[in-house]
Design a protein around this ligand. Structure first.
Ligand SMILES: Cc1cc2nc3c(=O)[nH]c(=O)nc-3n(C[C@H](O)[C@H](O)[C@H](O)COP(=O)(O)O)c2cc1C
Ligand code: SF4
Length: 505
């Protein structure tokens, strides 16, 4: 899930040692897969029933949230959104998670929204479509997100003239360089005349980052009243949005506590708020738990409520698996119905954006770990992150809870998923890009027709579209674009299919 144009996301400052590692020059190949017969699939763990609280699932297969950028600018469901989820439902995964959906009633670009009652009819249509297309087999969960403001990287001159708040320390620094600006205007002119490196030497760390990366709010910015008030407002906002999801007929909600967004920033080891919501792991988990309780109290027991959170932040000074195990146990103890584990995806190690572009949290090492490609250093991307859900699940089981744990990251063939389940690494297997590449792949596996699976190449063409805020598609869908029927949905330039080509079961 990408940036939200000039708007939102959060984290804290500082880059880590992680972003120093380049992408590998070695390309991992996609291993040959052994596909099961229909009989083997029917007896497998992958296709055995599961449960998320009171919600029963037909199988342990899961399509995690993916933002396809297909809503209206106002955040309403469109025919293209329906097409996207309808196509994913054709494969009948046990669980399908709808993209990160904004809980506030504020402009957020083409991000799906649940911040007002007016969004309920569109969401209801979506639920009904998925039920129909999956023959009632797929349980539908919506991911709920909050995010903070992020702005594009500014022009240096514009930033100095409009955004830099001058303080006595800037005058002092100028004097130390032998200048004596008479007033703030003269100081701004002086700053404009300096070479880039000298200018940077006059700024503090936060100002340097604002200039070089673009302004970004953090949960640590307690000097900002709306940031200070987050613990007071977020439980109600999440609860209201969850109630709307319930009214629309969803089977569950996934609280987005992962990646670069508000709730993940509360959980982050970099959260140093001193108001009881930062510092120790218990204080960092306080708001996420309060949000969960507010949601649980608002909705009925038949709605599954869980969260997605990070097994490892993958940034210098960020939380590691020990923190995640602590959170997993705390969430299980609180009564969450599932724990979905992701990795990385942070702003702290993101690459510098071009002037006029916003920072994107999947461009650094933590982003590469979140959506590993065949060019990643070390182990191949396939099942690369399984040690995280396994450790969290062990901790949760050790504390006496049966809360199901969901694993993701390069899960691309039957054996890898079956092994992960039988080895106790997880209770559900989530595949994002493989399901995007071939939404029918679950149905093909079940039917013993695995040889027909179009296998994801893990090169992240789709993610590059996400980054540029273009409607997300898969490069594999366009292999025979010339043969596409005129009724097929194409991108505005006519060069990309907006939907996977049909497959006849
Ligand atoms: C285009 C795209 C959009 C994504 N959007 C979200 C999102 O909205 N929320 C989320 O938690 N993860 C999001 N992800 C991450 C995936 O859910 C998943 O964790 C990641 O791709 C690794 O799984 P995979 O190897 O099966 O693709 C997105 C991934 C892609 C490729
Ligand atoms: S675009 Fe590439 S990485 Fe994305 S789903 Fe398709 S094959 Fe996989």
């Amino acid at each position: 899930m990408a940036r939200y144009r000039d708007r939102k996301a959060t984290g804290s400052s500082g880059s880590g040692l992680y972003n120093l590692r380049p992408l590998s020059t070695v390309k991992h190949s996609i291993p040959e897969a052994r596909w099961p017969s229909a009989e083997e699939a029917s007896k497998s763990r992958v296709f055995s029933p599961g449960s998320l609280g009171e919600v029963r699932t037909e199988s342990r297969t899961w399509v995690p949230a993916m933002v396809p950028w297909r809503c209206t600018e106002e955040g309403f469901v469109t025919p293209e959104v329906l097409d996207w989820y309808g196509r994913l439902a054709d494969g009948r995964p046990g669980v399908l998670v709808v993209e990160a959906t904004g809980i506030r009633d504020v402009p957020s670009g083409p991000l799906m929204r649940a911040g007002h009652e007016r969004f309920i009819p569109g969401l209801t249509e979506l639920v009904e479509l998925v039920r129909a297309r999956s023959g009632g087999e797929t349980r539908l969960i919506i991911q709920l997100i909050d995010f903070l403001t992020i702005r594009r990287r500014p022009e240096e001159e514009q930033w100095i003239r409009r955004f830099l708040k001058l303080e006595p320390r800037h005058h002092e620094a100028a004097r130390a360089l032998g200048h004596e600006p008479a007033d703030d205007d003269a100081l701004r002119e002086l700053l404009l005349s300096l070479d880039h490196e000298t200018l940077l030497s006059l700024l503090n760390e936060r100002e340097r980052e604002d200039l070089q990366m673009g302004y970004r709010e953090r949960v640590n910015d307690l000097q900002l009243p709306h940031i200070q008030e987050l613990p007071a407002v977020l439980p109600g906002l999440f609860a209201d949005a969850a109630a709307r999801a319930e009214a629309a007929g969803f089977d569950g909600v996934e609280l987005h506590y992962a990646h670069a967004y508000t709730m993940a920033s509360f959980l982050s080891a970099k959260n140093n708020r001193d108001d009881g919501y930062g510092g120790s792991p218990a204080a960092r988990a306080r708001l996420p738990l309060e949000v969960f309780h507010a949601v649980r109290d608002r909705v009925g027991p038949s709605l599954a409520v869980g969260c997605r959170f990070l097994g490892d932040e993958v940034i210098g000074g960020g939380g590691r698996i020990e923190d995640a195990c602590y959170y997993g146990v705390a969430f299980a103890e609180a009564g969450m119905d599932f724990l979905s584990v992701s990795k990385g995806g942070k702003f702290e190690d993101a690459k510098q954006p071009k002037v006029g572009a916003a920072s994107y949290p999947y461009t650094g090492e933590s982003g590469h770990e979140c959506m590993p490609t065949v060019r990643i250093e070390g182990d191949a991307p396939f099942g690369r992150n399984l040690s995280l859900p396994r450790a969290i699940r062990d901790a949760v089981r050790g504390a006496g809870h049966e809360t199901p744990v969901v694993a993701a990251g390069g899960l691309n063939d039957f054996d890898i998923m079956e092994r992960a389940l039988s080895a106790g690494a997880c209770d559900f297997v989530a595949a994002a890009r493989q399901s995007l590449a071939d939404p029918d792949w679950w149905a093909k596996l079940r039917a013993g027709r695995g040889k027909e699976v179009n296998r994801c190449l893990y090169t992240n063409y789709c993610e590059a579209l996400d980054q540029r805020h273009l409607q997300v598609t898969c490069q594999l869908w366009d292999r025979d674009l010339g043969a596409a029927g005129s009724s097929e949905l194409l991108s505005p330039d006519g060069k990309r299919r907006l939907s996977a080509p049909p497959w006849k079961p």
